[in-house]
Design a protein around this ligand. Structure first.
Ligand SMILES: C[S@@+](CC[C@H](N)C(=O)[O-])C[C@H]1O[C@@H](n2cnc3c(N)ncnc32)[C@H](O)[C@@H]1O
Length: 298
């Protein structure tokens, strides 16, 4: 949609839904999008304030000037690799809609592996105490609060801006009164003797040097503090493993999301710690190691 293209003269040149999509899809593909049709449809639905599915019944509808201006801005930003979730301001996770901004990691389907396991562990407990470390958008803490109605949830993040988004998401899902949001480094906001039945974390776990090799969407736009796990990617995980056992109740469960190649290193860290038993690696839907689970020894 260059400026000259955006001023149609004959009636046939009107910017309809179909024409915008026909122009945007190859444009986004040329600029590196791996899902140009999906991206174009999500952005256009956002500009038109409708559901994506509704576009299919509106192919011949013209866009208003306002919608066209908005779409032009969205396409420009998407072409510069800004994630679609930041452009439209939300992302679905475990069937729930979460507000996201560039202050938080975009929730990933990979993290649903941790959720499924956590729900399974929590279902036999009455009023379980749950802690989510590095809560970001709050997607883990809020999903667990919603799926385990008896749970009492705490959520910690080092980023005050991320905690603000997490709090907004908790309000949106009507669980703000059941989640305690705490600001600080790992377990530091907690009392020394505070214990939980389940501790979850999707920490930063990418090796610093690897960040430059990631897709520009991630590398240029997602918060580095949500990604960078230090030289070998294990800086935060090492501290989590060392410090979590103090805050786990007897037989409490620790769930940490990992990069697939970290499974051996993380299981070894847990085994060497001495406070954990039943250390198991869980795979995601692509059959990749995704979560390490350990139980606090009695
Ligand atoms: C990979 S993101 C995960 C966000 C969210 N839990 C999710 O699964 O989408 C990691 C989060 O950990 C937070 N974080 C990084 N280092 C931390 C630390 N030392 N203490 C607490 N939070 C930390 C980051 O701010 C970021 O929000």
């Amino acid at each position: 949609m260059s400026d000259s293209e955006s001023t149609p003269s004959p009636a046939t040149d009107v910017w309809t839904v179909r024409r915008i999509l026909d122009w945007t899809i190859p444009h986004l593909k040329k600029h590196g999008s791996e899902s140009p049709r999906l991206d174009a449809e999500i952005l256009l639905a956002h500009a038109r304030s409708c559901q994506r599915i509704q576009l299919y019944t509106q192919f011949d509808s013209p866009l208003t000037d306002e919608q066209r201006t908005m779409m032009r801005d969205l396409v420009k930003r998407r072409s510069a690799a800004e994630p679609v979730a930041y452009l439209v301001g939300h992302r679905e996770f475990f069937g729930l809609d979460f507000r996201v901004t560039s202050d938080v990691l975009v929730p990933r389907p990979d993290t649903e592996t941790l959720i499924v396991e956590a729900i399974e562990r929590l279902k036999s407990l009455s009023q379980p105490r749950v802690l989510d470390v590095g809560t970001g958008s709050g997607c883990i803490a809020i999903t667990l609060a919603l799926n385990c109605r008896q749970s009492q949830v705490s959520a910690i993040d080092l980023s005050a801006a991320a905690l603000e988004i997490a709090h907004q998401n908790a309000q949106k899902h009507a669980v703000a009164d059941r989640i305690r949001f705490l600001h600080g480094d790992l377990f530091s906001p907690l009392a020394m003797d505070e214990q939980f039945d389940l501790i979850s974390s999707n920490p930063p776990y990418i090796a610093s040097a690897e960040i430059e090799t990631l897709q520009p969407d991630v590398r240029l736009h997602e918060p580095r503090s949500a990604l960078d796990g230090g030289v070998d990617g294990l800086d935060v995980i090492r501290r989590l493993v060392a410090e979590a056992s103090r805050h786990l109740a007897s037989a409490g469960c620790l769930l940490i999301e990992i990069a697939c190649e970290q499974a051996d290193a993380v299981t070894q860290l847990m085994a060497a710690n001495g406070n954990y038993a039943d250390i198991v690696v869980l795979k995601d839907l692509s059959k990749q190691p995704r979560v390490v689970r350990a139980i606090r020894k009695q």
